[in-house]
Design a protein around this ligand. Structure first.
Ligand SMILES: [Mn+2]
Length: 293
């Protein structure tokens, strides 16, 4: 029995990445901790890598200084962010499995040959749903709802996710349905009460029609509805309490959100959606936006 520790991202794909490793090695002792790209350096500073036979780092778009502090021989890094792929040669000791994939869950699923393991159909469906959500293909009707249920958890979301869905996806129970209803009502209230700002912003010589809002929950759902209703190129969402910024683009817009986030808000992400920290540059940009009634 090996001691394996998984350090994973705080979102649904991160939680499911841990579940995938756990199901891949049922004979091992597997623990986890949850972090984010923003908190990684701080969280890792007190972590002792040599306490474990293997440390898996999953779904984290690590940058150069972050790679340096976890580059040990017993470390395996799974990730699917394209910017991470560009600097994968910085790993000298760790084993990076960084590929351009629809989700980290799916990357681990394929890399650990989960198809040949004894998973039930419900477990396979769960992995498909999480992949469908993280890639934002949204071809399965439960994908967005599973993500909402995940973010409705308080406390240790990974533990709750594994408890609720470790045996696979069987639909939602009454408790989860109730949580979904509460979120739906919150989103309705948001669109009645909150002010959406809008304006044109020049980036790289091109002018973009941009919306800006303050959001503290369900950023994807809110961004999507704003894009739908306003037809803007992309949405900037500011979470004051979390000191963070999230951006999602219209599917007709070609501006890469991940690249924009890396230059503008010290963050990163994917082409369609990305995030970073609330700084002066983003505050100055949002000053160009005017409230719409
Ligand atoms: Mn992911």
């Amino acid at each position: 029995m090996r001691n394996i520790h998984v350090i994973t991202d705080a979102d649904l794909d991160g939680a499911c990445s841990f579940l995938c490793v756990k199901l891949a090695y049922p004979g091992d002792n597997i623990t986890y901790s949850v972090t984010t790209e923003k908190k990684f350096l701080e969280d890792i500073s007190s972590f002792t890598f040599h306490d474990y036979d293997v440390v898996v780092i999953s779904d984290l778009n690590l940058k150069e200084d972050q790679i340096k502090i976890c580059d040990f021989e017993n470390v395996v890094v799974f990730d699917h962010h394209s910017e991470h792929l560009d600097i994968v040669n910085l790993y000298k000791n760790a084993k990076p499995i960084v590929k351009d994939y629809s989700s980290c869950t799916n990357l681990i699923y394929d890399s650990l040959k989960m198809e040949q393991k004894n998973l039930s159909n419900n477990q396979k469906l769960l992995f498909k749903i999480v992949d469908d959500y993280d890639s934002y293909n949204l071809k399965i009707p439960f994908s967005k709802k599973l993500n909402q249920v995940f973010w409705s958890y308080n406390g240790d979301r990974v533990e709750k996710f594994v408890k609720d869905f470790g045996n696979g996806f069987f639909g939602f129970n009454e408790f989860q349905k109730n949580a979904l209803k509460i979120i739906e009502n919150k989103i309705e209230r948001f669109f009645k009460e909150e002010t959406i700002h809008r304006g044109n912003i020049k980036i790289g010589g091109k002018s973009y029609d941009v919306a800006g809002v303050m959001v503290s929950f369900s950023p994807n759902e809110i961004a999507e509805r704003i894009i739908d209703e306003q037809g803007v190129d992309f949405v900037i969402m500011i979470n004051i309490k979390g000191k963070s910024v999230y951006m999602r683009r219209n599917k007709n817009c070609t501006l890469n959100m991940g690249k924009l986030a890396s230059v503008l808000i010290e963050g990163g992400g994917h082409e369609d959606a990305a995030g970073g920290i609330l700084n002066d540059s983003i505050i100055n940009i949002t000053k160009l936006l005017k409230p719409i009634s």
